[in-house]
Design a binder for this molecule. Structure first.
Ligand SMILES: [Zn+2]
Ligand SMILES: [Zn+2]
Ligand SMILES: [Zn+2]
Length: 104
């Protein structure tokens, strides 16, 4: 399993900021290729500002399911409300933050 950076509070990648049952993914940031549970964790721990994934990069494996540790492409993640591997539901509220991570 890749290392998860940030203020992670449990082994399913919930963090200090987002720790409801369904908050089980980590995102690999384009700027540093490191997994963080959320942009606030990146802000708190990284020494640079974050970069978003471009539209042509949605085939990159940049999402980690915290439950089964499968890496998903951005495309797979954006087109499913649950993990295709273990069926863990994803938090629908994350959609409000897609623009921070992805250039949609
Ligand atoms: Zn970064
Ligand atoms: Zn966080
Ligand atoms: Zn999964």
């Amino acid at each position: 399993m890749p290392t998860i950076y940030g203020l992670t509070v449990d082994e399913e990648t919930r963090c200090e900021h987002y720790h409801q049952t369904e908050d089980v993914i980590a995102i690999k940031f384009k700027c540093c290729s490191k997994y963080y549970p959320c942009y606030k964790c990146h802000q708190a721990c990284a020494d640079h500002s974050m970069k978003r994934w471009g539209k042509h990069e949605f085939d990159q494996y940049a999402i980690l399911c915290g439950v089964c540790k499968t890496e998903l492409t951005i495309y797979q993640y954006l087109n499913s409300n649950k993990c295709p591997a273990c069926a863990a539901p994803f938090n629908p509220g994350c959609a409000n933050h897609y623009h921070l991570y992805f250039d949609l």
